[in-house]
Ligand binder design. Structure first.
Ligand SMILES: Cc1ncc(COP(=O)(O)O)c(C=O)c1O
Length: 356
């Protein structure tokens, strides 16, 4: 029996108490002392960072009197925001209708259903995300029912929900963060985290990532299969994408995003989602180019287990011409090169040490 004074019971009585405190993992390091860290936000309840902002939006709506006991929430979602709202709605006694489409991963839809969410499908044209149609349908339902629409693209509490993530990042490191890389959809995760990091004194440089074919950073519209991040042609990007907080905005092809996710899974046993794969793709390429001893952090938005039917399914990828053995090989080589650069650096150090 452990003596009473040595055991401290920490048992949650509400699932939302388990939000945050997600781990940092070193994915790669260079011989020059720079490191690439992953903030593994899939360790939050619902398997995504978005539960942080779902909680913030709902608590703020209660404070502002926009949500009353037993109220009804409506939100268009690709799934992660929906799962987050579902969790908070369960705890606080709200009904939740999620407006979804068939571009979303099937497992995200199934997870929301498992939590008792009412799913309403917006009309999909082809395989692309129906972001515009989803918003239109949400507006119609809100008009008819008087339900509360948090509206993640326009709600400032989306971005504020990540203040806790910024503080957590700094607490978990003994240096500043030099580069923060994250996928951008509504903009909440990256812009909310960056804003708070800078308020806390960080000199961090931010790199926003969207799928090639998404229009947030001004590129031409096109088809993409990464879900959650990006905005399709015809969509009006909301103010939560605060361009003044994003130092660089880059696009990543589906092939590169999914290859990175799959190679990380093979090399580490950690499964990340496709948009996190995109951010990791850029971060891995950049790591060799940054100043020595830099700390680069990728925000991993969600768990790869949500994409077993797509990103991690060879058949699904092959049908869409997204399985590229050469791209896999190139990325493995890059990981090997980082490992080799550490070996060479330590040999050089040993040689220099031997001379003195
Ligand atoms: C998988 C995934 N990646 C990236 C994002 C983008 O996050 P944000 O909307 O905070 O910009 C989302 C948003 O839902 C997402 O679900």
């Amino acid at each position: 029996m452990i003596p009473k004074h040595q055991s401290v019971e920490r048992i949650a009585t509400a699932c939302s108490e388990l939000i945050g405190g997600t781990p940092l993992y070193e994915l790669a390091r260079t011989g020059s002392g720079s490191r690439l860290l992953l903030k593994l936000e899939q360790f939050n309840p619902t398997g995504s960072c978005k539960v942080r902002m779902a909680r913030e939006m709902i608590l703020a709506a209660e404070r502002d009197g926009k949500l009353r006991p037993g109220g009804h929430i409506v939100e268009p979602t690709s799934g992660n925001t929906g799962a987050g709202i579902a969790l908070v709605a369960i705890e606080r006694g709200y009904k939740f209708t999620a407006i979804v489409d068939n571009h979303a991963s099937r497992d995200k839809l199934r997870a929301m259903q498992a939590m008792g969410v009412n799913l309403v499908f917006a009309e999909s044209k082809g395989d692309g995300p129906s972001t515009v149609a989803r918003r239109r349908l949400a507006g119609e339902i809100v008009e008819k029912t008087g339900a509360f629409w948090p509206d993640q693209h326009y709600n400032p509490n989306n971005n504020k929900g990540y203040a806790c993530l910024a503080a957590e990042l700094l607490r978990g490191l003994d240096t500043d963060i030099d580069y923060l890389v994250g996928a951008v959809g509504t903009g909440g995760t990256l812009c909310g985290t960056i804003k708070e990091l800078r308020r806390l004194g960080s000199k961090v440089t931010s790199i926003g990532i969207e799928p090639t074919g998404s229009i947030i950073f001004g590129g031409p519209p096109g088809k993409y299969w990464q879900t959650g991040a990006g905005a399709p042609g015809g969509f009006t990007v909301g103010p939560n994408v605060d361009h003044s907080l994003i130092d660089e905005g880059l696009t990543v092809r589906d092939i590169d995003a999914f290859t990175a996710a799959r190679v990380v899974a093979r090399r580490t046993g950690i499964l990340v989602g496709g948009t996190s794969g995109a951010a990791i793709h850029i971060a891995l390429k950049r790591l060799a180019l940054v100043e020595p001893n830099s700390t680069m952090v990728v925000l991993v938005c969600d768990a790869g287990e949500k994409y077993l039917d797509s990103v991690y399914n060879d058949e699904w990828l092959r049908e869409r011409h997204l399985l590229d053995d050469l791209a896999h090989l190139r990325l493995h080589r890059l990981f090997d090169a980082y490992r080799e650069s550490i070996r060479l650096a330590s040999c050089t150090l040993a040689a220099v040490g031997g001379q003195t």
